[in-house]
Each structure stands twice: as structure tokens, then as C-alpha cells.
Design a protein around this ligand. Structure first.
Ligand SMILES: [Mg+2]
Length: 243
């Protein structure tokens, strides 16, 4: 039985032979990027700036590592015993004002094997299409900067970087709206996302594509995953032929 990577490489080659562009859609947050360090940094800033009036908070936050960060900020804080509702609200607002900004994106780090995997398919002449729920007005510059810093192919004629034009558009509505454009731009041969509902959306839109869900934190109340979607812990798993 062939591996997922072999299946994807074969689809890339076949699409090229047909004179079409093979597109591979990569979500950013929770897929090729781990944004837990971004949240951790914001919590650390709050804790340090409020150390005098909240000494216990600083002590708790100092014990946190990126791996302890849960999807919701309040969930993370409650997990270390911070449960004062007005403090939680204050920290949530502090986080919200910073998390979706260029400056804080720089704390993100690529997930395991992501850089190598994107290069592997790029060398095989696939077109990486970074498709994210981040919004261009507030997050384009930091997105490009981190992609370039970390060695992802970006900014060239054979890559795509697609952000939302406006923060207020929902991620799911936005990704659905991009589907038709992708269809005209080439053949979507594979899609990687960490949100079960978005994986389902892409499999329905591109039934021929290999759709892979990264097993990373996701939004609450997820849809159940369609049967044909492959789940992996990280990209290194695919590079090692473990799926
Ligand atoms: Mg995501």
C-alpha cells in the first residue's frame, strides 16, 4: 500500500502531465504553525505587567509551557487554578487585543516537519497555497515575515498566500468562498487543516483530493470528521512514511 506522501506526489505528477497546476492547500494556525507560543507570550506579558497586584498569577504563568496552552485562554488559566472571573475577563481582553496582530505572530513556530514537507511537495512542482483565517489588514506582514523566516517558499509566482480581507468574516464562510477560485486556478490535490469542519468542507468541495487533518487543538463543538479524511499528529509522520 502506498503512503500518503507517495499518493500526493503521484497526483502532483499526473496533474502536471495534464498541463494543470497542482495546488496543495495549507492552513496556517494549528497546521503548519503552532500558535501556542504566541498565546503563552501574551499571558507572560500580562502576568509580568501585573506582577505587583497579582503575584500568584505570575507564579502560575511562569510554570506554563507552550504544550500546556489549550484552545481557550480561560481554559488554560483555569487549568492552573486561575478562576477569578473578572481577572479571566481582563486577561481574555488583553489576549484578544494582541493575538490577531502582526507583532505577536512572530512568536509562532512551525509544527514538526512542516517546513520540510512543504518543500518536498514544492520541489515536486506543487503550488503551496497558504489559506488562512488570519486577516490581511492586521496579519499579512507578520504572516509573510514568519513564513520567510522559517524557510517556507513564499512570495513567488509558484506559491499563493490567501488571507481574509476583513477580520469579521468567519473562517468557514471565507474558506468556502475561496473554493471556486482555487478550482479555476488549478487542481487541488491535497488539503491540510486542523479544524474538522474545514476538512469536511474541503473534502466535499474536492472529493478527489487527499484531505488530512492535523491533530492539533481546534475550535469547540467540532463536526465529526468524514470517513475519508486522514488524521496525523504532524508532518514528520508523513515524511517518515508512517501514514
Ligand atoms: Mg487552523
Amino acid at each position: 500500500m502506498s503512503t500518503i506522501l507517495a499518493r500526493i506526489l503521484e497526483k502532483i505528477e499526473r496533474t502536471r502531465q495534464q498541463g494543470r497546476d497542482p495546488l496543495i492547500v495549507f492552513d496556517l494556525d494549528g497546521t503548519i504553525y503552532n500558535n501556542a507560543p504566541r498565546t503563552l507570550r501574551i499571558l507572560q506579558e500580562f502576568a509580568h505587567q501585573h506582577a505587583f497586584e497579582q503575584p500568584r498569577l505570575l507564579n502560575k504563568i511562569e510554570q506554563l509551557a507552550a504544550r500546556d496552552i489549550l484552545y481557550g485562554v480561560s481554559d488554560t488559566l483555569r487549568s492552573v487554578g486561575i478562576d477569578n472571573e473578572s481577572l479571566l475577563k481582563q486577561i481574555q481582553n488583553f489576549w484578544f487585543d494582541r493575538f490577531f496582530t502582526n507583532a505577536y505572530l512572530l512568536h509562532d513556530l512551525p509544527t514538526e516537519g512542516a517546513v520540510e514537507f512543504v518543500h518536498r511537495v514544492y520541489q515536486a512542482q506543487a503550488i503551496p497555497a497558504y489559506l488562512t483565517g488570519r486577516d490581511a489588514p492586521n496579519m499579512l506582514l507578520g504572516t509573510i515575515q514568519t513564513l520567510q523566516r522559517d524557510g517556507f517558499p513564499v512570495g513567488t509566482v509558484d506559491t499563493r498566500t490567501i488571507l481574509k480581507p476583513n477580520f469579521k468574516i468567519g473562517d468557514s464562510a471565507y474558506k468556502q468562498s475561496v473554493v471556486d477560485h482555487l478550482r479555476q486556478a488549478g487542481d487541488v490535490v491535497a488539503v491540510f487543516d486542523n479544524e474538522p469542519g474545514l476538512c469536511n468542507l474541503f473534502l466535499r468541495a474536492f472529493p478527489e483530493a487527499v484531505v488530512v487533518r492535523l491533530d492539533m487543538p481546534h475550535a469547540p463543538n467540532p463536526e465529526s470528521l468524514l470517513e475519508d479524511i486522514i488524521q496525523i499528529p504532524h508532518f514528520a509522520h508523513l515524511l517518515r512514511g508512517q501514514a
